[in-house]
Ligand binder design. Structure first.
Ligand code: G3H
Ligand code: 13P
Ligand code: NA
Ligand code: ZN
Length: 307
């Protein structure tokens, strides 16, 4: 059935593991992820961005996820990723999502609180849970010194005030990750001291890590070996994700690793089979590549297999 993330996060917090939140845009991506979660008997969050809704349409994604639930028998949470205003959150709540993110992280603190509070009131009245964000995800040049860190990373005391005043169900924090395939120049570095402090000040409260793809070298190399140009791509090392899962992070967001797995497979297939033109010939292995990658994450990184 379609469920919220409430119980998933409670169990994840207590068990010191994380639930994977995977971005979905089409049928093959949904099937690839759900096959993995089914084989691993793992809790699962499928998340949809504004861009995904624009690409595939809300109704198609909704029906595909309903089909995935019916076909797999898994409980799945369907989440809006990075909702930027009240309207898109309302639209997803009214349209059957069980979880929404209101991302007011660009707003001044008081405005972020007011907007988040408004979404929480609407969502909770309808049995839907809410994720918010405080602090800004780093750009590749950001946070090279302490003062930029303090200006962009999540402030622990503000996080406590934010959670108390909004009644939000989970909070995305900024500790040095960023979206996409180019997260770090040189050595990767996350602010685990800050994460530990936030986690200590918010006991039993689920934190969320965005920008958590590892940018697996296997897929980057395959893309580059078959005509791609992904120079200097670098993500969050998997041991750092495991550590985050033990420090109160209950939801780990993964999109880029799905994109890379799929694209690497398609590039390889078309390069090795230049006469193929039936989309099923390259989408089938691409879907299988997603399943393999997600199984690896569930088992070896999120530690949520069988949970
Ligand atoms: O946070 C960003 C996610 O990777 C979704 O990306 O807005 O291109 O669908 P998108
Ligand atoms: P990645 O780009 O690291 O996969 O992050 C995805 C994300 O945070 C979606 O909200
Ligand atoms: Na989100
Ligand atoms: Zn994100």
């Amino acid at each position: 059935s379609l469920v919220t993330s409430k119980d998933m996060f409670k169990k994840a917090y207590e068990g010191q593991y994380a639930v994977g939140a995977f971005n979905v845009n089409n049928m093959e991506i949904i099937q690839g992820i759900v096959d993995a979660a089914k084989e691993e008997r793992a809790p699962l969050i499928l998340q949809v961005s504004a861009g995904a809704r624009k690409y595939a349409k809300h109704i198609y994604l909704m029906k595909l996820v309903e089909a995935a639930i019916e076909d797999s028998g898994l409980p799945i949470c369907l989440h809006l990723d990075h909702g930027e205003d009240f309207e898109i959150c309302k639209s997803c709540i009214d349209g059957g999502f069980t979880s929404v993110m209101i991302d007011g992280s660009k707003l001044p603190f008081e405005e972020n609180i007011a907007l988040t509070r408004k979404v929480v009131e609407y969502a909770h009245g309808r049995g839907v849970v809410v994720e918010a964000e405080l602090g800004r995800l780093a750009g590749i040049e950001d946070a090279v010194n302490v003062s930029t860190k303090d200006a962009t990373y999540t402030d622990p005391d503000q996080a406590v005030e934010f959670v108390e005043r909004t009644g939000v169900d989970s909070l995305a924090i900024a500790i040095g990750t960023s979206h996409g395939a180019y997260k770090f120049k040189g050595e990767s570095n996350l602010d685990f001291d800050r994460l530990a402090t936030i986690s200590r000040l918010l006991p039993a409260f689920p934190l969320v890590l965005h920008g958590a793809s590892t940018v697996l070298p296997e897929f980057v190399e395959k893309c580059n070996n078959y005509g791609g140009q992904l120079k200097g791509a670098q993500g969050v090392p998997e041991d750092m994700l495991r550590r985050a899962g033990q420090l109160g992070v209950c939801k780990i967001n993964i999109d880029t690793d799905l994109r890379l797995a799929m694209t690497a497979s398609i590039r390889e297939h078309l390069s090795k089979n230049p006469a193929d033109f039936d989309p099923r010939q390259y989408l089938k292995p691409a879907r299988a590549a997603i399943t393999g990658m997600v199984k690896h994450k569930i088992r070896n990184v999120l530690n949520c297999s069988g949970r």
